[in-house]
Ligand binder design. Structure first.
Ligand code: WT7
Length: 662
């Protein structure tokens, strides 16, 4: 374990001066839950979760709450339900059909749609009927590659309605990355759009699908939503317009109930190897987890709140807290298509003011960007509707936390810093508003019913004040059920490092009050602008370039994006410098964007004749990270050739470290 993790890093100093914010009054969580919620859940977590699951609509109740054969869990065994019914039909049946499900705000000014639960039911039913016509059946995987438009949610719910697991692939992934996922899923149907809007300019999505499908002959149908109106390539017999197929369908569809363990979706995420993992989530447990956490963590009042998760549905945050959690609770959400500064740096605040947003959930990287843009953009707008703020995706630095509280929350809104992962399905560590005392930078405490431990290398629990590996000690309803097509990898990755416990890959510590702080990843996974990116995956992409011999990628800390991708590359022949070197660096960055996607593009690439290695031949990534962050190099005597490092370090300093623009 690195020293930075073991001693809690720079946090120790910070903690000395940490301020505490007691829970304010006026939050329902206190009334419905109260501090005793923790004791109740801890007394019998499985029974507590079963109590929560009763909030869903089950066609057949379960016989057994949990079947736990480490590491394989089945929750609500024998129970049957339909996720789409739980998110849509039952709210209409309860008389809430005219409640708004989504205030959708497109990136172009004035491009908005209001979708009620009645509307959503009709849209989902038509889409489900269309998928049936296209031959989609339960168990079939459907790939979704869409921008942030209502059809993305509709497509997901239509799949769920049919028991066909969807796999949403973020629009920022390249054709190649898309092809890899479609092949791994063996999907036969892809739902996409002609494109999306990104700062005014239409981006291509269909064009990437066309390129990807050259490698995926099994795909028989591509359903294309018209969003931008741009010209797209067309393959007759395979490609169909959404509006031509979906709009003419019957607005009613009779849903079927599925087993609680019916696969609901597969979401790819990066791990420590070059191949992304298809994280499998199922229906009953997942819905229970996201509905419960959404209700309690965000103190949601479905008839009053305007809830906004400012994330993309292409990530798990969007799945759980734009789609499944909020809809299961019958909430009104904002769905915003664009970037935070599309149409001006006050775009978000205009949305908050216009729609009277009461709960805002976003990532620290965005908060830091908003901070950089300055308070004047907020000052122009009435943000008094906000009553609760959330953070997710990476550790939030205390400065950003305080800025968020003061400037966005007007000093009155509690902040919930929520730790979780694609694998956990829903929030795992978080304060509860109205219940928990918060501290800037701390995620504070496990959600009720969740078991957490922090251990050293030998799996022994560490005391307060000491850092260690974060483990989840008990099964939870939203947990991943496996890695698509690879049960052994599931066991190896998460459950074997510490026998029978879930190894999260994060460092953590408890402070002297016993409150939890997250210390970042301890493996080869980077967190760049809240996007999870594997160093190995980028190295693999770089080595695939004909000029490259060897590559090492590290995540260097960055004031805005949290971490930034820095690559050290050795090239064939004599090496290249000057103009040729610059051209090669540009080419390599474009190559990474092509293989993985623009989000993985290194901020900086350093060409070097050799990489620093230990005597046993391992690349010294820790040292490269220090170089990338301009830290002192310390002892380099275990290196094969210390001059290599000194040379790289000099080159790095000369290049100024941040010369490349993302
Ligand atoms: C990794 C999971 C959770 C949905 C979005 C990211 C980091 C996430 C926090 C937080 C500190 C956090 C962890 C985790 N992370 N939330 N509140 N504080 N770190 O999901 O892409 O699966 O990434 O994000 O390192 O392991 P993901």
């Amino acid at each position: 374990m690195s020293d930075a993790i073991a001693d809690g890093g720079a946090l120790s100093a910070l903690l000395q001066e940490t301020r505490k914010f007691p829970p304010p009054d006026g939050f329902a969580a206190k009334a419905v839950a109260g501090p005793e919620i923790y004791a109740e859940a801890a007394a019998d977590p499985v029974a507590w979760w079963a109590e929560q699951a009763k909030g869903l609509q089950w066609e057949t109740p379960w016989d057994q709450v949990l079947d736990w054969d480490v590491p394989f869990a089945r929750w609500f065994v024998g129970g049957r339900l339909n996720a789409s019914v739980n998110c849509v039909d039952r709210h209409v049946a309860a008389g809430h059909g005219d409640r708004v499900a989504f205030h959708w705000v497109g990136e172009p000014e004035g491009d908005t749609r209001t979708i009620t639960y009645d509307d959503l039911l009709e849209m989902v039913s038509k889409a489900a009927n269309a998928l049936v016509e296209l031959g989609v059946q339960a168990e079939d995987r459907v790939a979704i590659y869409l921008p942030m438009i209502p059809e993305a949610v509709v497509a997901m719910l239509a799949c769920a309605r049919l028991g066909a697991p969807h796999s949403v692939i973020f629009g920022g992934f390249s054709a190649e990355a898309l092809a890899g996922r479609i092949l791994d899923l063996d999907a036969r149907v892809v739902i996409t759009a002609d494109g999306g809007f990104r700062r005014g300019a239409p981006s291509g999505l269909k064009v990437n699908v066309d390129e990807a499908l050259e490698q995926c002959p099994a795909v028989r149908t591509v359903l294309v939503v018209r969003r931008t109106g741009q010209d797209v390539g067309w393959q007759d017999g395979r490609d169909l317009w959404w509006h031509e197929v979906v709009d003419r369908q019957s607005p009613s569809h009779t849903p079927e109930a599925f087993d609680a363990e019916q696969p609901l979706y597969i979401m790819y995420t990066s791990g420590t190897t070059a191949k992304p993992k298809g994280i499998l989530h199922t229906t009953g447990g997942y819905l229970t987890h996201v509905a419960t956490t959404h209700r309690l963590v965000f103190d949601v009042k479905p008839d009053q709140d305007i809830f906004w998760t400012a994330a993309d549905v292409g990530w798990v945050t969007g799945h759980s807290y734009i789609v499944y959690g909020p809809l299961a609770n019958g909430t009104t959400s904002i769905m915003y298509e664009g970037l935070p500064d599309a149409g001006g740096r006050d775009r978000w605040w205009r949305i908050v003011e216009e729609y009277k947003v009461s709960i805002l959930y976003t990532a620290p990287t965005t908060i830091r960007t908003l901070m950089k843009w300055g308070e004047e953009h907020l000052a122009k707008h009435d943000l008094s509707s906000l009553r609760l703020l959330g953070s997710v995706g990476e550790p939030i630095n205390p400065e950003a936390w305080m800025w968020y509280r003061t400037n966005v929350g007007g000093g009155r809104c509690p902040i919930v810093d929520t730790w979780w992962q694609t694998e956990t399905g829903g929030i795992m560590i978080t304060p509860l508003p109205g219940v928990t005392t918060t501290k800037p930078g701390a995620a504070v405490t496990p959600f009720p019913g969740i078991g957490v431990d922090i251990v050293d290398n030998d799996g022994v629990s560490v005391g307060n004040g000491q850092g260690g590996y974060l483990l989840l000690t008990d099964p939870w309803p939203g947990m991943l059920r496996g890695i698509w097509g690879d049960p052994e990898r599931y066991r190896d990755t998460y459950w074997s490092r510490f026998e029978g416990k879930y190894f999260a890959g994060d460092g953590a510590k408890r402070d002297d009050d016993g409150d939890l702080w997250l210390l970042g990843r301890i493996d080869d996974v980077m967190n760049v602008s809240g996007h999870r990116i594997s160093t190995t995956e980028i190295e693999h992409a770089l080595v695939g370039h004909p000029a490259v011999v060897e590559a090492a990628v590290v995540g260097a800390s960055d004031p805005t994006t949290g971490q930034a991708v820095v690559a050290f590359v050795t090239v064939k022949g004599e090496g290249v410098d000057g103009e040729a070197g610059k051209a090669l660096v540009d080419d390599l960055r474009a190559h990474v964007a092509k293989v993985i996607g623009p989000i993985a593009k290194p901020r900086q690439i350093l060409l070097s004749p050799e990489l620093p290695k230990t005597r046993s031949g391992k690349i010294m990534r820790r040292l490269l990270r220090d170089v990338a962050e301009h830290r002192d190099l310390g002892d380099v005597t275990t290196l094969l050739d210390p001059t290599v490092v000194n040379m790289i370090d000099t080159q790095m300093r000369e290049s100024g470290g941040t010369d490349e623009e993302g």
